[in-house]
Write a protein that binds this ligand. Structure first.
Ligand code: ATP
Length: 198
C-alpha cells in the first residue's frame, strides 16, 4: 500500500485537504490528533512521560500540554527526549492502522512530517504552502490565539522552502478555498498516474 505524506506549516490547510481525500474514499491518518489521543490513553507512553517530566505531566488524568510545553521550551535535550518517546509510539500505531486499511493508498497527515523523520516512510509527499502572514491570520481566527503564539509554533517548524524542496507535489493556499480545491483535483489526478506507473 502506498503512503502519501500530507504536510505543511501550522494553518496551511492540511486538514482541509485531508477532508477532501476522505471525501474521495481515501483513508487519512491525522498524526497530530492520534498523538494527542495516545498521550492521553496509552499506559506505556503515559508512564514514560511521567518518568521524564514528573507527575504534573497529567492534570486530572488529562495530558498537561501547557506544562510540558514549558518544560521543553528552550530545552533542546528535553524536547528530543519527548520526541524520542512520542514519535515511535505514533509510528507503531500508524503501522497498525495501515494494516487495517483496504485502499490503493492512504494519507498520513502531519505538521511535522519532516521534523519527526516520518517522511522517510512515505512513498510520495504533498506539501501545502501558504504565506506566513495568511497562516497566522487564519489560525488566530480559528483558535482564538495571539499572533505571538502562532509565531512561536512556526519558529519550531521547517519553512515552506525546506518542505517544498523535498516534496513531490505542492499546493499553494494563498487564495480562496475554491482555488485550492481546483489545485487539489489536478494533483489528485497526477498522483493516481504516479501510483499507476510505479
Ligand atoms: P494546523 O496545522 O493548525 O492543524 P492545518 O494546516 O490543518 O492547520 P486548516 O485547519 O486546514 O490548516 O486551515 C486553517 C484554517 O484556515 C481553518 O479554519 C480553515 O478553514 C481556514 N482556511 C484554510 N484554507 C483557507 C482558504 N483558502 N481560505 C479561507 N480560509 C481557509
Amino acid at each position: 500500500m502506498y503512503i502519501l505524506g500530507l504536510t505543511g506549516g501550522i494553518g496551511s490547510g492540511k486538514s482541509t485537504i485531508g477532508k477532501w481525500f476522505l471525501e474521495k474514499g481515501i483513508p487519512v491518518y491525522d498524526s497530530d490528533k492520534e498523538a494527542k489521543l495516545l498521550m492521553n490513553e496509552n499506559p506505556s507512553l503515559k508512564s514514560q512521560l511521567i518518568d521524564l517530566f514528573g507527575p504534573e505531566t497529567y492534570l486530572n488524568n488529562e495530558y498537561n500540554r501547557k506544562f510540558v510545553a514549558e518544560q521543553v521550551f528552550e530545552n533542546k535535550e528535553k524536547l528530543a527526549a519527548l520526541n524520542a518517546i512520542v514519535h515511535p509510539a505514533v509510528f507503531h500505531h500508524f503501522q497498525e492502522w495501515v494494516s487495517l486499511q483496504n485502499s490503493e493508498f492512504v494519507v498520513k497527515e502531519a505538521a511535522i512530517l519532516f521534523e519527526s523523520g516520518s517522511y522517510k516512510d512515505c512513498d510520495f509527499i504533498l506539501t501545502v504552502a501558504a504565506d506566513e502572514s495568511i497562516r497566522i491570520q487564519r489560525v488566530m481566527e480559528r483558535d482564538q490565539v495571539t499572533q505571538e503564539q502562532v509565531q512561536a509554533r512556526i519558529a519550531n517548524q521547517w519553512t515552506d522552502e525546506q518542505r517544498i524542496e523535498k516534496s513531490d507535489f505542492v499546493l499553494y493556499n494563498n487564495a480562496s478555498l475554491e482555488d485550492l480545491k481546483n489545485q487539489f483535483h489536478k494533483t489528485y489526478k497526477k498522483l493516481l498516474k504516479r501510483i499507476q506507473r510505479s
